[in-house]
Design a protein around this ligand. Sequence first.
Ligand code: TRP
Length: 372
Amino acid sequence: MADFNVTPWNVEGKVDYEVLEKRFGIKPLDEQLLNRIKKHTKDLHFFLTRQIFLAHRELDWLLDQYEKGNKFYLYTGRAPSGGMTLGHLIPFMMTRWLQEKFGAEVYIQIPDEEKFLAKKDITDIDKLRPIIEDNVLDIIAIGFDPKKTKIFLDTDYAGVLYKQACRVAKRITFSTVKDAFGLTNEANIGWIFYTSMQAVPAFLKSVEEGHNVPCLIPLAVDQDVHFRVARDVIGKLGYYKPAILHCKFLPGLMGDSKMSSSVETDAIYLNDNPETVTKKVNKALTGQQATAELQKKHGGDPDKCMVCQYYKFLFEPDDKKLEKIFESERKGKILAGEHKADLAKRINRFLEEHRKKKEQARSKMDQFMLKS
Ligand code: TRP
Protein backbone atom coordinates (compact mmCIF):
# COMPACT_ATOMS: atom_id res chain seq x y z
CA MET A 1 0.00 0.00 0.00
CA ALA A 2 1.45 3.34 -1.03
CA ASP A 3 1.95 5.53 1.96
CA PHE A 4 0.67 9.00 1.18
CA ASN A 5 -2.33 11.18 1.80
CA VAL A 6 -3.81 13.97 -0.31
CA THR A 7 -6.50 16.32 0.97
CA PRO A 8 -7.24 19.93 -0.03
CA TRP A 9 -5.48 21.16 3.11
CA ASN A 10 -2.65 18.71 3.44
CA VAL A 11 -0.39 16.57 1.26
CA GLU A 12 1.78 13.98 3.01
CA GLY A 13 4.24 11.42 1.74
CA LYS A 14 5.42 10.60 -1.76
CA VAL A 15 2.40 10.78 -4.06
CA ASP A 16 1.92 7.88 -6.46
CA TYR A 17 -0.36 9.37 -9.09
CA GLU A 18 -1.48 6.05 -10.54
CA VAL A 19 -2.62 4.88 -7.13
CA LEU A 20 -4.23 8.28 -6.53
CA GLU A 21 -6.25 8.07 -9.76
CA LYS A 22 -7.68 4.74 -8.61
CA ARG A 23 -8.41 6.03 -5.13
CA PHE A 24 -10.21 9.08 -6.46
CA GLY A 25 -11.91 7.23 -9.32
CA ILE A 26 -10.59 9.61 -11.97
CA LYS A 27 -9.56 8.63 -15.48
CA PRO A 28 -6.11 8.99 -17.04
CA LEU A 29 -5.88 11.57 -19.80
CA ASP A 30 -5.06 9.22 -22.66
CA GLU A 31 -3.70 9.63 -26.17
CA GLN A 32 -7.14 9.43 -27.73
CA LEU A 33 -8.50 12.30 -25.65
CA LEU A 34 -5.41 14.38 -26.29
CA ASN A 35 -5.90 13.89 -30.02
CA ARG A 36 -9.50 14.94 -29.67
CA ILE A 37 -8.44 18.14 -27.92
CA LYS A 38 -5.81 18.73 -30.58
CA LYS A 39 -8.43 18.57 -33.32
CA HIS A 40 -9.83 21.81 -31.91
CA THR A 41 -6.72 23.50 -30.57
CA LYS A 42 -4.30 22.60 -33.44
CA ASP A 43 -1.40 22.26 -31.01
CA LEU A 44 -1.13 20.84 -27.49
CA HIS A 45 0.29 22.63 -24.49
CA PHE A 46 3.26 20.77 -23.01
CA PHE A 47 1.30 20.52 -19.75
CA LEU A 48 -0.86 18.03 -21.67
CA THR A 49 1.78 16.14 -23.66
CA ARG A 50 4.08 15.78 -20.63
CA GLN A 51 1.31 14.42 -18.42
CA ILE A 52 1.52 17.33 -16.00
CA PHE A 53 -2.23 17.37 -16.47
CA LEU A 54 -2.79 13.66 -16.21
CA ALA A 55 -6.40 12.83 -15.37
CA HIS A 56 -9.97 13.95 -15.88
CA ARG A 57 -13.64 13.49 -15.15
CA GLU A 58 -15.94 13.42 -18.18
CA LEU A 59 -13.75 15.41 -20.50
CA ASP A 60 -15.06 13.17 -23.30
CA TRP A 61 -18.60 14.31 -22.51
CA LEU A 62 -17.47 17.96 -22.52
CA LEU A 63 -15.94 17.52 -25.98
CA ASP A 64 -19.13 15.82 -27.22
CA GLN A 65 -21.02 18.91 -26.10
CA TYR A 66 -18.48 21.24 -27.70
CA GLU A 67 -18.66 19.34 -30.97
CA LYS A 68 -22.43 19.73 -30.92
CA GLY A 69 -21.96 23.50 -30.65
CA ASN A 70 -22.57 23.68 -26.89
CA LYS A 71 -19.68 25.84 -25.70
CA PHE A 72 -18.27 25.41 -22.22
CA TYR A 73 -16.94 27.88 -19.69
CA LEU A 74 -13.92 27.39 -17.41
CA TYR A 75 -13.78 27.64 -13.65
CA THR A 76 -10.85 27.57 -11.24
CA GLY A 77 -9.78 29.29 -8.04
CA ARG A 78 -7.27 30.20 -5.39
CA ALA A 79 -7.70 30.44 -1.62
CA PRO A 80 -5.37 33.17 -0.33
CA SER A 81 -3.19 32.40 2.67
CA GLY A 82 0.14 33.85 1.55
CA GLY A 83 2.11 34.67 -1.56
CA MET A 84 1.69 32.44 -4.60
CA THR A 85 4.37 29.97 -5.65
CA LEU A 86 5.44 28.71 -9.07
CA GLY A 87 3.34 25.60 -8.47
CA HIS A 88 0.17 27.62 -7.99
CA LEU A 89 0.54 29.03 -11.49
CA ILE A 90 0.09 25.74 -13.32
CA PRO A 91 -3.74 25.37 -13.24
CA PHE A 92 -4.11 29.07 -14.07
CA MET A 93 -1.74 28.84 -17.03
CA MET A 94 -3.67 25.84 -18.32
CA THR A 95 -6.96 27.69 -17.88
CA ARG A 96 -5.62 30.70 -19.76
CA TRP A 97 -4.45 28.49 -22.64
CA LEU A 98 -7.83 26.76 -22.82
CA GLN A 99 -9.56 30.16 -22.76
CA GLU A 100 -7.54 31.26 -25.77
CA LYS A 101 -7.95 28.02 -27.72
CA PHE A 102 -11.67 27.54 -27.08
CA GLY A 103 -12.70 31.19 -26.73
CA ALA A 104 -14.17 30.26 -23.35
CA GLU A 105 -15.32 32.49 -20.54
CA VAL A 106 -13.51 32.02 -17.24
CA TYR A 107 -14.79 32.26 -13.66
CA ILE A 108 -12.12 32.56 -10.97
CA GLN A 109 -13.20 32.12 -7.37
CA ILE A 110 -11.12 33.64 -4.57
CA PRO A 111 -12.53 31.95 -1.46
CA ASP A 112 -11.11 34.46 0.98
CA GLU A 113 -12.83 32.68 3.86
CA GLU A 114 -11.43 29.20 3.16
CA LYS A 115 -7.98 29.37 4.74
CA PHE A 116 -9.29 31.53 7.57
CA LEU A 117 -11.72 28.74 8.42
CA ALA A 118 -9.39 25.81 7.79
CA LYS A 119 -6.08 27.06 9.18
CA LYS A 120 -5.53 27.64 12.88
CA ASP A 121 -2.67 30.10 12.34
CA ILE A 122 -4.81 32.52 10.31
CA THR A 123 -6.60 34.30 13.12
CA ASP A 124 -7.69 37.60 11.56
CA ILE A 125 -9.70 37.46 8.32
CA ASP A 126 -9.08 41.18 7.67
CA LYS A 127 -5.32 40.71 7.67
CA LEU A 128 -5.65 38.70 4.44
CA ARG A 129 -6.58 41.80 2.39
CA PRO A 130 -3.09 42.68 1.08
CA ILE A 131 -2.44 39.00 0.30
CA ILE A 132 -5.71 38.73 -1.60
CA GLU A 133 -4.85 41.72 -3.76
CA ASP A 134 -1.36 40.37 -4.41
CA ASN A 135 -2.78 36.96 -5.44
CA VAL A 136 -5.37 38.53 -7.74
CA LEU A 137 -2.66 40.58 -9.48
CA ASP A 138 -0.58 37.42 -9.96
CA ILE A 139 -3.59 35.74 -11.55
CA ILE A 140 -4.43 38.63 -13.88
CA ALA A 141 -0.75 38.82 -14.90
CA ILE A 142 -1.05 35.33 -16.43
CA GLY A 143 -2.88 37.02 -19.28
CA PHE A 144 -6.60 36.28 -19.00
CA ASP A 145 -8.88 38.10 -21.43
CA PRO A 146 -10.55 40.92 -19.42
CA LYS A 147 -13.66 40.72 -21.60
CA LYS A 148 -14.15 37.03 -20.88
CA THR A 149 -12.90 36.62 -17.31
CA LYS A 150 -14.64 37.28 -14.01
CA ILE A 151 -12.86 37.13 -10.66
CA PHE A 152 -14.76 37.26 -7.38
CA LEU A 153 -14.01 37.05 -3.67
CA ASP A 154 -16.50 34.94 -1.74
CA THR A 155 -17.05 37.66 0.87
CA ASP A 156 -17.59 40.37 -1.78
CA TYR A 157 -19.83 38.30 -4.03
CA ALA A 158 -21.72 36.51 -1.27
CA GLY A 159 -24.98 38.20 -2.32
CA VAL A 160 -24.96 35.97 -5.40
CA LEU A 161 -23.03 32.94 -4.13
CA TYR A 162 -24.59 32.34 -0.74
CA LYS A 163 -28.09 31.45 -1.90
CA GLN A 164 -26.73 28.90 -4.37
CA ALA A 165 -24.37 27.50 -1.73
CA CYS A 166 -27.37 26.90 0.53
CA ARG A 167 -29.06 24.89 -2.22
CA VAL A 168 -25.94 22.70 -2.37
CA ALA A 169 -25.42 22.53 1.40
CA LYS A 170 -28.93 21.25 2.04
CA ARG A 171 -28.07 18.14 0.03
CA ILE A 172 -24.76 17.33 1.73
CA THR A 173 -24.79 15.67 5.13
CA PHE A 174 -22.28 16.19 7.92
CA SER A 175 -21.26 12.55 7.69
CA THR A 176 -20.48 12.87 3.96
CA VAL A 177 -18.18 15.82 4.64
CA LYS A 178 -16.51 14.04 7.54
CA ASP A 179 -15.83 11.00 5.37
CA ALA A 180 -14.79 12.81 2.22
CA PHE A 181 -12.48 15.37 3.82
CA GLY A 182 -11.42 13.49 6.91
CA LEU A 183 -12.86 16.21 9.15
CA THR A 184 -13.59 15.38 12.77
CA ASN A 185 -16.15 16.54 15.29
CA GLU A 186 -13.71 19.24 16.34
CA ALA A 187 -13.84 20.95 12.91
CA ASN A 188 -15.59 24.30 13.02
CA ILE A 189 -18.91 24.56 11.18
CA GLY A 190 -17.62 27.16 8.70
CA TRP A 191 -15.07 24.70 7.42
CA ILE A 192 -17.75 22.00 7.11
CA PHE A 193 -19.94 24.37 5.06
CA TYR A 194 -17.12 25.65 2.86
CA THR A 195 -17.29 22.94 0.18
CA SER A 196 -20.76 24.16 -0.80
CA MET A 197 -19.27 27.59 -1.62
CA GLN A 198 -16.62 26.01 -3.83
CA ALA A 199 -19.34 24.09 -5.69
CA VAL A 200 -21.31 27.16 -6.78
CA PRO A 201 -19.23 28.54 -9.68
CA ALA A 202 -19.41 25.07 -11.30
CA PHE A 203 -23.09 25.69 -12.15
CA LEU A 204 -23.46 29.45 -11.64
CA LYS A 205 -23.44 30.22 -15.34
CA SER A 206 -26.35 27.83 -15.87
CA VAL A 207 -28.28 29.70 -13.17
CA GLU A 208 -27.46 33.04 -14.78
CA GLU A 209 -28.30 31.96 -18.33
CA GLY A 210 -31.44 30.08 -17.40
CA HIS A 211 -30.26 27.02 -19.32
CA ASN A 212 -27.48 24.47 -18.81
CA VAL A 213 -23.97 25.48 -19.82
CA PRO A 214 -21.12 22.90 -19.66
CA CYS A 215 -18.28 23.73 -17.29
CA LEU A 216 -14.65 22.56 -17.23
CA ILE A 217 -12.56 22.90 -14.08
CA PRO A 218 -8.76 22.71 -14.36
CA LEU A 219 -7.36 22.07 -10.88
CA ALA A 220 -4.57 20.50 -8.87
CA VAL A 221 -5.59 16.97 -7.98
CA ASP A 222 -5.94 17.72 -4.24
CA GLN A 223 -9.06 19.78 -5.07
CA ASP A 224 -10.88 16.84 -6.67
CA VAL A 225 -12.67 15.80 -3.50
CA HIS A 226 -14.74 19.01 -3.40
CA PHE A 227 -16.19 18.12 -6.75
CA ARG A 228 -16.49 14.42 -6.05
CA VAL A 229 -19.01 15.49 -3.44
CA ALA A 230 -20.52 18.39 -5.40
CA ARG A 231 -20.95 16.79 -8.81
CA ASP A 232 -23.73 14.50 -7.61
CA VAL A 233 -25.51 17.34 -5.89
CA ILE A 234 -25.18 19.61 -8.92
CA GLY A 235 -26.70 16.83 -11.02
CA LYS A 236 -29.59 16.47 -8.55
CA LEU A 237 -30.22 20.21 -8.78
CA GLY A 238 -30.78 19.68 -12.50
CA TYR A 239 -27.53 21.15 -13.84
CA TYR A 240 -24.74 19.54 -15.86
CA LYS A 241 -22.06 18.00 -13.69
CA PRO A 242 -18.80 19.85 -14.33
CA ALA A 243 -15.96 18.15 -16.21
CA ILE A 244 -12.60 18.22 -14.49
CA LEU A 245 -8.98 18.27 -15.61
CA HIS A 246 -6.44 17.33 -12.94
CA CYS A 247 -2.78 18.28 -12.68
CA LYS A 248 0.08 16.95 -10.59
CA PHE A 249 1.84 19.11 -8.06
CA LEU A 250 5.03 20.87 -8.98
CA PRO A 251 7.51 19.02 -6.74
CA GLY A 252 9.38 20.97 -4.10
CA LEU A 253 13.00 21.85 -4.86
CA MET A 254 14.01 19.55 -2.02
CA GLY A 255 12.15 16.70 -3.70
CA ASP A 256 8.85 16.72 -1.81
CA SER A 257 5.80 15.70 -3.85
CA LYS A 258 4.29 19.13 -3.37
CA MET A 259 6.12 22.37 -2.69
CA SER A 260 5.91 22.77 1.03
CA SER A 261 5.56 26.22 2.52
CA SER A 262 6.98 24.94 5.80
CA VAL A 263 10.32 23.96 4.25
CA GLU A 264 11.89 27.31 3.52
CA THR A 265 13.90 26.38 0.44
CA ASP A 266 11.31 24.02 -1.05
CA ALA A 267 9.09 26.53 -2.82
CA ILE A 268 9.83 29.52 -5.01
CA TYR A 269 7.43 32.38 -4.45
CA LEU A 270 6.51 34.76 -7.24
CA ASN A 271 7.70 37.58 -5.00
CA ASP A 272 11.14 36.04 -4.33
CA ASN A 273 13.99 38.33 -5.38
CA PRO A 274 16.76 37.05 -7.67
CA GLU A 275 19.20 36.37 -4.82
CA THR A 276 16.62 34.31 -2.95
CA VAL A 277 15.79 32.32 -6.09
CA THR A 278 19.46 31.59 -6.72
CA LYS A 279 19.97 30.58 -3.12
CA LYS A 280 16.99 28.21 -3.15
CA VAL A 281 17.91 26.65 -6.49
CA ASN A 282 21.45 26.08 -5.22
CA LYS A 283 20.05 23.92 -2.44
CA ALA A 284 17.86 21.86 -4.80
CA LEU A 285 18.01 18.10 -4.85
CA THR A 286 19.69 16.98 -8.07
CA GLY A 287 20.08 13.27 -7.56
CA GLN A 288 23.60 13.62 -8.87
CA GLN A 289 26.47 11.43 -7.71
CA ALA A 290 28.48 12.39 -4.65
CA THR A 291 31.43 13.83 -6.57
CA ALA A 292 31.99 15.47 -9.94
CA GLU A 293 34.16 12.49 -10.88
CA LEU A 294 31.43 9.96 -10.16
CA GLN A 295 28.82 12.13 -11.85
CA LYS A 296 30.88 12.27 -15.04
CA LYS A 297 31.27 8.51 -14.89
CA HIS A 298 27.75 7.37 -13.98
CA GLY A 299 25.48 10.30 -14.77
CA GLY A 300 22.26 11.16 -12.91
CA ASP A 301 18.54 10.43 -13.07
CA PRO A 302 16.44 13.28 -14.55
CA ASP A 303 13.31 11.98 -12.79
CA LYS A 304 15.01 12.45 -9.45
CA CYS A 305 16.73 15.69 -10.34
CA MET A 306 14.60 18.66 -9.33
CA VAL A 307 16.47 20.95 -11.71
CA CYS A 308 15.43 18.69 -14.62
CA GLN A 309 11.90 18.50 -13.26
CA TYR A 310 11.58 22.30 -13.10
CA TYR A 311 12.56 22.48 -16.75
CA LYS A 312 9.98 19.84 -17.54
CA PHE A 313 7.12 21.43 -15.56
CA LEU A 314 7.64 25.07 -16.50
CA PHE A 315 10.91 26.32 -17.87
CA GLU A 316 11.65 24.45 -21.10
CA PRO A 317 8.63 24.35 -23.40
CA ASP A 318 10.67 22.94 -26.32
CA ASP A 319 10.62 19.11 -26.16
CA LYS A 320 13.84 18.71 -28.09
CA LYS A 321 15.72 21.10 -25.83
CA LEU A 322 14.24 19.37 -22.79
CA GLU A 323 15.45 16.01 -24.05
CA LYS A 324 18.94 17.48 -24.46
CA ILE A 325 18.91 18.68 -20.86
CA PHE A 326 17.75 15.23 -19.68
CA GLU A 327 20.33 13.51 -21.83
CA SER A 328 23.21 15.55 -20.48
CA GLU A 329 22.02 14.76 -16.96
CA ARG A 330 21.87 11.04 -17.73
CA LYS A 331 25.31 11.05 -19.31
CA GLY A 332 26.89 13.11 -16.57
CA LYS A 333 27.79 15.87 -19.02
CA ILE A 334 26.41 18.60 -16.86
CA LEU A 335 27.43 19.17 -13.27
CA ALA A 336 25.14 20.36 -10.56
CA GLY A 337 26.60 23.85 -10.22
CA GLU A 338 26.20 24.79 -13.86
CA HIS A 339 22.83 23.10 -14.10
CA LYS A 340 21.50 25.09 -11.13
CA ALA A 341 22.94 28.38 -12.31
CA ASP A 342 21.15 27.95 -15.67
CA LEU A 343 17.84 27.17 -14.03
CA ALA A 344 18.09 30.06 -11.57
CA LYS A 345 18.72 32.42 -14.48
CA ARG A 346 15.72 31.04 -16.33
CA ILE A 347 13.44 31.38 -13.30
CA ASN A 348 14.60 34.91 -12.61
CA ARG A 349 13.99 35.96 -16.19
CA PHE A 350 10.49 34.50 -15.96
CA LEU A 351 9.76 36.21 -12.65
CA GLU A 352 11.01 39.57 -13.88
CA GLU A 353 8.66 39.34 -16.85
CA HIS A 354 5.82 38.21 -14.58
CA ARG A 355 6.30 41.14 -12.24
CA LYS A 356 6.15 43.60 -15.13
CA LYS A 357 2.82 42.13 -16.16
CA LYS A 358 1.71 42.25 -12.54
CA GLU A 359 2.40 46.00 -12.39
CA GLN A 360 0.29 46.47 -15.50
CA ALA A 361 -2.44 44.29 -14.00
CA ARG A 362 -3.10 46.84 -11.26
CA SER A 363 -4.94 49.23 -13.60
CA LYS A 364 -6.99 46.36 -15.07
CA MET A 365 -8.25 45.00 -11.78
CA ASP A 366 -11.65 46.71 -11.91
CA GLN A 367 -12.39 45.16 -15.30
CA PHE A 368 -12.09 41.68 -13.79
CA MET A 369 -13.64 41.92 -10.34
CA LEU A 370 -17.29 41.14 -9.56
CA LYS A 371 -19.10 42.40 -6.47
CA SER A 372 -22.67 41.88 -5.38
N1 TRP B 1 -9.77 25.55 -2.65
C1 TRP B 1 -8.85 26.16 -3.59
C2 TRP B 1 -7.53 26.51 -2.85
O1 TRP B 1 -7.29 26.06 -1.78
C3 TRP B 1 -9.45 27.39 -4.20
C4 TRP B 1 -10.55 27.10 -5.19
C5 TRP B 1 -11.83 27.59 -5.16
C6 TRP B 1 -10.46 26.29 -6.35
N2 TRP B 1 -12.55 27.15 -6.23
C7 TRP B 1 -11.74 26.36 -6.97
C8 TRP B 1 -9.44 25.55 -6.93
C9 TRP B 1 -11.99 25.65 -8.16
C10 TRP B 1 -9.67 24.86 -8.10
C11 TRP B 1 -10.96 24.92 -8.70
O2 TRP B 1 -6.70 27.23 -3.37
